[in-house]
Design a protein. Structure first.
Length: 276
């Protein structure tokens, strides 16, 4: 057998031979094990420090109660987030709305705030979408409405999310959040005793509005108030976007879906145009 052929045969045989088993490497510690080990080295009482950071033992127990409830609620499962579609994530987000809305009226504000702080760590996308309704839409009602107006919208379901899901139509395509530069108009029609909301140009399109694409029934629109041809600056107006039962768009309202993003797909960001 030629030398080159013999060399190739030896090479093949060496590849086929079973290599000697290496010594088994010691099992690496899990992050939880490492953290537990480090805590045991502390020269102070870790539990007491936790109570101090939480504002007291009472609040630590509340936070742990909230965490346990979320861990056991299948609606808040996060292990499969990379295996579901954008639409499935959005649907699950609204399922979480149904779960959490109970606590809005059942818990004192400080306790509910703690619950939402915990949720923000687990699912920041849902936390943001929930915040669009309560922090932005409902917050705008509370900050701008008269007592009578505020009571009207609460009775309509703004607080209980009963037949009303809100969004916040401030940002525009051509102006971002430069409120003074917004183009959308709200012209007062004296004969009809109503305001006419209008998008006069493409740059006036309300853009990147969380909740607009699919879920919001109402919105607070920031627009330039015009009365008898005179501008009075930017004011806020509640506008119904969709029928609360069929979810069909209201006349003169056009909405589009901005689509999938790099993250937080539970927030259905969209654009809105108003035609008179």
């Amino acid at each position: 057998m030629p030398e080159s052929a013999a060399q190739r045969l030896n090479s093949v045989q060496s590849h086929l031979q079973m290599a000697a088993c290496k010594a088994k490497e010691p099992r690496k510690k899990t992050p939880v094990e490492s953290m537990t080990e480090e805590r045991q080295k502390a020269t102070f009482n870790v539990r007491e420090l936790t109570h101090y950071l939480d504002g007291g033992e009472k609040f630590t127990l509340i936070r742990e109660k909230h965490m346990m409830e979320l861990e056991r609620d299948p609606t808040f499962r996060m292990y499969d987030m990379y295996d579901v579609t954008k639409d499935q994530i959005r649907e699950r987000t609204m399922e979480k709305f149904r779960t959490i809305v109970h606590y809005v009226s059942a818990e004192p504000v400080p306790i509910f705030t703690m619950r939402m702080q915990t949720i923000s760590l687990i699912d920041p996308g849902f936390w943001t979408r929930f915040g669009v309704h309560y922090g932005l839409f409902f917050g705008a009602l509370r900050g701008s409405a008269t007592s009578a107006q505020f009571s009207h919208w609460v009775q309509k379901g703004a607080l209980a999310l009963n037949g009303m899901v809100g969004c916040f139509a401030m940002t525009e395509l051509g102006h971002g959040s430069n409120v003074a530069g917004l183009e959308t108009t709200a012209m007062f029609d004296e004969a009809a005793d109503q305001f006419i909301i209008h998008t006069p140009s493409i740059t006036a399109t309300k853009w990147w509005i969380g909740g607009a694409a699919h879920t919001a029934t109402h919105t607070v629109v920031f627009a330039q108030l015009i009365v008898r041809g005179k501008r009075f600056g930017v004011k806020s107006f509640v506008v119904q976007l969709r029928d609360t039962k069929t979810y069909a768009l209201m006349p003169g309202v056009n909405i589009g879906d901005i689509g999938k993003k790099m993250g937080r797909d539970g927030i259905d960001n969209g654009w809105i145009q108003f035609t008179n």
